[in-house]
Design a protein around this ligand. Structure first.
Ligand code: AMP
Length: 592
């Protein structure tokens, strides 16, 4: 152990040193990163279309950077779709990248309603390993953990399938959990996940969650921290535990496995690990009885006494689950995990002790070439506007300014060039020479009926205001989504809430009014005043509705690890579920 202790400490030191040095010269590193991407992919069809036959090898890196950004246009996923489709169909020619693309990732897509294929290469898995190790090194400086300990990880591989051309398709997390890099990470960080591979890849998130918890409890003394990719799946798992904890205790007592686990492979793998432990079972049982009386407040430290922190993505669309996570975590620190997308990893959290509300992500300048489109709330000398934001010309990483909002643009090693990611970030400061980004929201407008424009962030703030009244009345918001209903004139916003606890109808009516009055977008306010947008409608859906929505998405190929509840939907399948499950409807009186 002492040997591995030393070597692990050295790994941590090395990787932090590496990052500190590349961030010191981030601007220069970015220029070199672009050069590497373009040299590696020299001659691919997409680049030839814009760069022609220019011999880039003889060019100075700075000249190449200005040539690239002036000749290659900004692009969206739709621009790459025909190329990716050909790759999916088996075309092995160098259309986007010189490295053969043998795997495609599905971005979760639930934020945009449609899943997208994105190229995945060895580079993708390697950068995942690198950022996980880097983040672990920064965490261990603040919250040291015992080497050789366990992580209770709520991780799930989604389904994988083959395209017509024989390429493996799955989510990026699915590819990662199946990769060699996932094993290497455990060895290098000397932290081992509680569940065997069969549990992670069972394909049924309910069975996997049950087993993750069972094994996490069976090994509870060894668990050093609790984690998931996005906070949603952790909250979902603990909510499930509130219901089935007695079965879990029984399994620990008898060394058995509940019949709810039907997959033979999972049964075999789990039963190989657990043995009867009546003493532990009765300890967990009495803790659960106590916790039940506390509405499960402090569940995590009570059941995992050696856990040092809870680790997951808690920003952006995960923020609404933070309250529940804090409730479960009690005094344990919540550490917000890194920022990335299926297309590329972006930034690492170098200040793990910051609360999730204040977390920033330091851009890793070797992972991709990043550009930043300045966004303004009011018109200046800007070129275009696709929503309520006005844009200026993209700037390289070296020219970003603190306090300014930007849309991110990526040029990746996997064959995406000047790809608009659609995320809005704000530069909050610098880590040495690299920007620290705060995640603001997805750029896409989600609620719009006519001249009104509201983003996911706007909706989130409004729902927070409304749900304060709910909390004061002793109830809890489980989840929410929305819909811009334009089927009847005038159109109006519908917000769907699943709640836990009993509340008076008068309070729900008040929540509805409060939300309607809290949209500050000028277009909305004016339209409501002139009745060109009708009163906001609040629909209370029955308990378990959002679980049905999750099942609907999983059934259509989404992966639990990357799932994000869509905050607005026009998807007919989803609306059918929501409307069938609606128990009560309220209409706002805000502008009466
Ligand atoms: P995916 O579709 O699963 O690739 O999700 C990628 C998207 O998830 C990003 O473009 C962001 O919108 C969001 N995301 C990823 N990491 C974070 C983070 N740390 N904080 C907030 N949002 C994030």
């Amino acid at each position: 152990m002492s040997n591995s202790n030393k070597s692990n400490g050295k790994y941590d030191h090395d990787i932090i040193d590496w990052f500190e040095s590349v961030s010191e010269n981030a601007g220069h590193v970015q220029t070199q990163t672009l050069r590497r991407i373009l040299e590696l992919n020299y001659g691919v069809e997409y680049l030839r279309k814009w760069l022609g036959d220019i011999n880039i090898h003889d060019m100075d890196a700075c000249a190449l950077e200005s040539l690239f950004t002036s000749v290659v246009p900004l692009a969206s996923h739709a621009d790459f779709e025909p190329y990716i489709q050909r790759i999916a169909d088996g075309d092995t020619g160098p259309s986007l990248s010189q490295q053969p693309i043998t795997t495609l990732s599905l971005s979760s897509g639930t934020t945009e309603g449609k899943q997208k294929y994105v190229p995945f290469t060895r580079h993708s898995a390697q950068t995942t390993l690198q950022i996980f190790r880097l983040a672990a090194a920064y965490r261990s400086r603040v919250y040291p953990i015992r080497e050789g300990g366990r992580i209770l990880e709520f991780i799930y591989s989604g389904k994988q399938f083959k395209t017509k051309g024989g390429l493996a398709v799955g989510t990026a997390t699915t590819h990662y959990f199946a990769s060699e890099e996932f094993k290497i990470k455990q060895k290098m960080t000397q932290s081992f996940t509680c569940s065997p591979e069969e549990v992670i890849s069972s394909g049924d998130y309910k069975q996997s969650s049950y087993c993750h918890l069972l094994l996490g409890l069976f090994l509870s003394e060894e668990v050093e921290f609790i984690s998931s990719t996005f906070a949603y799946s952790m909250v979902q798992a603990f909510r499930g535990f509130e219901e089935h904890w007695k079965d879990t205790c029984n399994d620990i007592k008898q060394g058995s496995l509940s019949p709810r686990i039907t997959s033979p492979k999972v049964r075999e793998a789990v039963l190989k690990i657990i043995t009867p432990n009546p003493c532990l079972a009765s300890k967990i049982q009495s803790s659960c009885e106590e916790l039940q009386n506390l509405n499960w407040s402090g569940l995590i430290p009570k059941l995992w006494p050696n856990a040092k922190y809870v680790y997951s993505i808690m920003t952006g669309s995960m923020q609404p689950y933070l309250k529940k996570l804090r409730h479960y975590a009690g005094e344990l620190p919540l550490v917000s995990a890194d920022y990335g997308s299926t297309e590329s990893w972006i930034g690492v959290n170098v200040d793990p002790s910051l609360p999730p509300e204040n977390v920033t992500f330091s851009v890793i300048p070797t992972f991709s070439y990043f550009e930043f489109i300045p966004l303004y709330r009011r018109k200046q000398d800007c070129i275009s506007a696709i929503d309520d934001l006005f844009e200026d010309e993209p700037v390289p990483l070296s020219q970003v300014k603190v306090g300014q909002e930007y849309e991110l643009v990526l040029t990746t090693f996997t064959g995406l060039y000047r790809y608009r990611l659609g995320d809005v970030v704000e530069v909050a400061g610098f880590h040495r020479g690299t920007p620290k980004l705060s995640f603001i929201c997805r750029r896409k407008l989600i609620l719009t009926v006519n001249i009104d424009k509201n983003t996911e962030k706007d909706l989130q703030l409004v729902v927070e205001r409304g749900s304060e009244l709910l909390s004061q009345a002793g109830a809890e918001l489980v989840d929410f989504t929305s819909h811009a209903n334009i089927a009847k004139q005038p159109g109006h916003y519908v917000i769907y809430w699943e709640i836990k606890g009993e509340v008076d109808e008068s309070i729900l009516g008040e929540c509805c009014r409060e939300m309607d009055a809290s949209f500050v977008d000028y277009g909305y306010v004016v339209s409501r005043r002139t009745s060109s947008i009708g009163p906001l409608e609040l629909c209370i859906v029955e308990r378990g509705t959002f679980k049905k929505i999750l099942d609907h998405f999983i059934g259509n190929g989404a992966a639990m690890s990357q799932f994000k509840t869509p905050r607005c939907t026009s998807n007919q399948g989803l609306l059918r579920i929501l409307n069938l499950c609606t128990l009560k409807r309220f209409q706002s009186t805000a502008y009466d």
